[in-house]
Write a protein that binds this ligand. Structure first.
Ligand code: ADP
Length: 204
């Protein structure tokens, strides 16, 4: 099972991605987590990632595409994966599409986690207090929302056009939302899904 989860910053993608990964036995890969882990290193690339992330901007497509391609080549992705926070630009969509087409392993579903702007901004401000994430301050949050609206939200229409998009309401507590996501995925995939992304057809 090959999935994407999309949605504005603060919609809860990271939390839900982990739960979906555990539920279906596939790795949940977050580009944000990969970049956060990278930025502590003492290299020119780490320095660049640090600066971009603290401004709320996007890391370049070139770097991002390369990092994701390397991650998807790891053997744990052979049985499927869930990408969280990627693709975020049209160029990333094209690179991912081409890579998956070459392997003959297209995407199955693109999940869109929906939450309105007031809700996500208040969640991010709350997270700033509890987790102290460096990019959760008012200024950066504004930039990230703007980047999302401008560069990433239009990608949903591409996936809608491909018949892959499934929209799920991201409001409510964590279990409520994950229940909706599992139900939406099972419905879209037309059967119950277990283990390493294998699809068990519903015999009825
Ligand atoms: P959020 O969804 O809350 O903005 P993420 O953890 O997904 O947080 O991403 C944090 C930051 O990492 C982004 O603001 C951006 O700077 C960088 N980043 C993550 N994924 C990508 C991507 N696919 N392309 C470019 N930059 C990215």
């Amino acid at each position: 099972m090959r999935l994407l989860i999309m949605g504005p910053p603060g919609a809860g993608k990271g939390t839900q991605a982990k739960l979906i990964g555990e539920h279906y036995g596939i790795p949940a890969i977050s580009t944000g987590d990969i970049f956060r882990a990278m930025k502590t290193a003492d290299t020119p690339l780490a320095q660049q990632v640090r600066e971009i992330m603290s401004s709320g901007g996007y890391v370049s497509d070139e770097i991002t595409n390369r990092i994701v391609a390397e991650r998807l080549a790891e053997p744990d992705c052979d049985g499927g994966f869930l990408l969280d926070g990627y693709p975020r630009t049209i160029a990333q969509v094209e690179t991912l599409d081409a890579a998956l087409a070459e392997r003959g392993t297209p995407l199955d579903v693109v999940l869109s986690l929906q939450a309105d702007e007031d809700e996500v901004v208040s969640r991010l401000l709350k997270r700033a207090e509890t987790e102290g994430r460096a990019d959760d301050n008012e200024e950066t949050i504004r930039v990230r929302q703007h980047m999302y609206a401008e560069q990433t939200a239009p990608l949903l229409e591409i996936y809608r056009g491909q018949g892959l998009l499934v929209e799920v309401d991201g409001l409510g507590d964590v279990e409520e939302v994950s229940g909706r996501l599992f139900a939406a995925l099972d419905e879209k995939l037309g059967g119950s899904t277990v283990g390493h992304g294998e699809l068990i057809e519903d015999p009825s």
